[in-house]
Design a protein around this ligand. Structure first.
Ligand SMILES: Nc1nc2c(ncn2[C@@H]2O[C@H](COP(=O)(O)OP(=O)(O)OP(=O)(O)O)[C@@H](O)[C@H]2O)c(=O)[nH]1
Ligand SMILES: [Mg+2]
Length: 227
């Protein structure tokens, strides 16, 4: 007998278990009125740079915090902590994605009720994170201009698992001959109607529009959250 059906069974059970923990997390976040945003992308697409900017700009008005996943090092947590927001690194060892249980344990000792926004930067990978629900309200998928316009077509699953796309590093788009029209068409081909922002962490381009979008989401959540 081939080992494949058994492997499939184990994988299904892992995902089922993850979904249960994610559901509990989502209920907890909702009860506390915390809006949770996760970021997924290939390695180096600009998640940490963009998130550091987001935390810095939101912090004067909102209570924000971040979790960041990587196989190794505390590098990203150190960078994000420059925003003065509470930050925790999750090191996954050999695992190429975060799981809901890792988020749950990283939140140990944190009073989530004191947070308006919690951001979760996933491990840089365009494949593994797509199947793992983290209990987030919004999943952002980042596509940097240096990766090429065809990534949505090559990695449709991650684009399908996300809610909003961010085209990042637009400040260097011209230098790498990035075709934004083609990239947008490819996003729409994979996920019709998907909202996107074309941003730059360097220049701050489209950051105000993106932050406005986030704050509208928080207000809508507050209207739905029981007092
Ligand atoms: N020109 C330009 N460079 C950027 C921008 N955002 C990030 N970078 C650069 O891109 C590189 C990778 O950025 P990171 O923020 O570390 O990317 P990441 O997605 O967090 O990377 P991993 O966590 O390793 O997957 C760094 O050298 C950044 O300085 C941007 O908006 N413009
Ligand atoms: Mg990073």
């Amino acid at each position: 007998m081939s080992g494949e059906p058994r492997l499939l069974e184990v994988r299904k059970n892992v995902l089922k278990q993850n979904d249960l923990v994610a559901r509990t997390l989502r209920e907890r976040f909702r009860a506390q009125g915390t809006y949770v945003v996760s970021l997924v992308s290939s390695p180096g697409a600009g998640k940490t740079a963009f998130l550091e900017k987001t935390l810095t700009l939101l912090r004067p008005q909102y209570r924000v915090a971040a979790l960041v996943g990587d196989l190794a090092t505390e590098n990203d947590a150190i960078r994000l902590a420059r925003s003065q927001a509470p930050v925790k690194q999750i090191t996954t060892g050999t695992l190429c994605h975060l799981e809901a249980a890792m988020v749950e344990s990283a939140l140990d000792g944190w009073d989530i009720g004191k947070l308006d926004f919690l951001f979760i930067e996933n491990v840089g990978n365009l494949v593994c994170p797509s199947s793992y629900d983290l209990g987030e309200n919004l999943r952002l998928v980042l596509l940097s201009v240096t990766e090429g316009e065809d990534k949505p077509l090559k990695y449709p699953t991650i684009f399908n698992s996300a809610d909003v796309a961010l085209i990042t590093k637009t400040d260097i788009a011209e230098a790498v001959e990035f075709d934004e029209v083609a990239a947008k068409a490819n996003i729409q081909a994979v996920r019709p109607g998907m909202r996107h922002f074309a941003v730059s962490a360097k220049t701050g381009a489209s950051l105000p529009e993106y932050l406005e979008f986030l704050t509208v989401q928080l207000t809508e959540l507050a209207q739905k959250t029981p007092l």
